[in-house]
Design a protein around this ligand. Structure first.
Ligand code: HEC
Ligand code: HEC
Ligand code: HEC
Ligand code: HEC
Length: 140
């Protein structure tokens, strides 16, 4: 292969790899839709289908993702990549932390939806059944 051909192949493979990651434009992979359901026994409610992509469009990454040092959010949004364990909420919010995982989600999700509604802006669900839909009878 000539040098030009090699370069061309490298470029084609690079584009292909980027498209596999689903983030061809940025090279980063951020999931568009996330099923939130902590693995606990005897769930009381259904899992939550979270439109991550929709939120990424209108909000700042650091409105939700954080790493606090001396009370300040020092997280760099460039660190937020799929598979980076630190970005998942349960990396820090578990049964031992002051704010357990369920509280972390409820406070963040519902808290923001209430605040945005009060500001008269387009917002999201606040009622239990809107986030935890009743299981479909047919699937039981
Ligand atoms: C409205 C809140 C919110 C906003 C805004 C937001 N995210 Fe997220 N993001 C989440 C939640 C919640 C999860 C799921 C975390 C979990 O599974 O514990 C998540 C998950 C992720 C993950 C996947 C982590 C993994 O490995 O599974 C990545 C990557 C990510 N976000 C990047 C971003 C980037 C980049 C932005 C800004 C462009 C952003 N997020 C904006 C709430 C948000
Ligand atoms: C690297 C560790 C870490 C990760 C990851 C993390 N948190 Fe936190 N979070 C903290 C700490 C520490 C505090 C307490 C900050 C304080 O004392 O003010 C906190 C506070 C909070 C609070 C209350 C204060 C506030 O910021 O409104 C909520 C709600 C919350 N986290 C939700 C989440 C959610 C949802 C996720 C996932 C998208 C997440 N956290 C990911 C460490 C983390
Ligand atoms: C920082 C603010 C903020 C946080 C945090 C947040 N949301 Fe939202 N959410 C919004 C806004 C704003 C909208 C309306 C977006 C739109 O329709 O353009 C919305 C809309 C929604 C919708 C409706 C989507 C639709 O198709 O109409 C769902 C479902 C939702 N949010 C779930 C969640 C869940 C689950 C969490 C927590 C994991 C969460 N949100 C956290 C601001 C937030
Ligand atoms: C804005 C969306 C939203 C609303 C509204 C909401 N939740 Fe949740 N809830 C979540 C998310 C996200 C989680 C964490 C992921 C998971 O494990 O389901 C969660 C977790 C839970 C859990 C722990 C998991 C389980 O099934 O045992 C319970 C219980 C729960 N919610 C009950 C409620 C009740 C009761 C209400 C109404 C008062 C409510 N939720 C309203 C999003 C929501």
């Amino acid at each position: 292969m000539s040098r030009i051909q090699k370069r061309l192949w490298g470029w084609i493979l690079g584009v292909f790899a980027a498209s596999l990651l689903g983030g061809a434009s940025t090279g980063f992979a951020q999931p568009d839709q996330i099923m939130l359901g902590q693995s606990i026994q005897n769930r009381q409610r259904t899992e939550v289908d979270f439109p991550h992509g929709l939120h990424m469009e209108t909000l700042d990454c650091l409105d939700c993702h954080h790493r606090y040092e001396d009370g300040k959010n020092v997280l760099d949004s460039a660190e937020l990549e799929e598979g980076a364990g630190e970005v998942t909420c349960n990396a820090c919010h578990d049964a031992k932390s002051d704010i357990d995982l369920r509280e972390a989600f409820h406070h963040q999700c519902i808290g923001c939806h209430i605040a945005m509604r009060k500001e008269g802006k387009k917002s999201g669900p606040e009622l239990c059944g809107q986030c935890h839909p009743k299981p479909k009878a047919a699937t039981k």
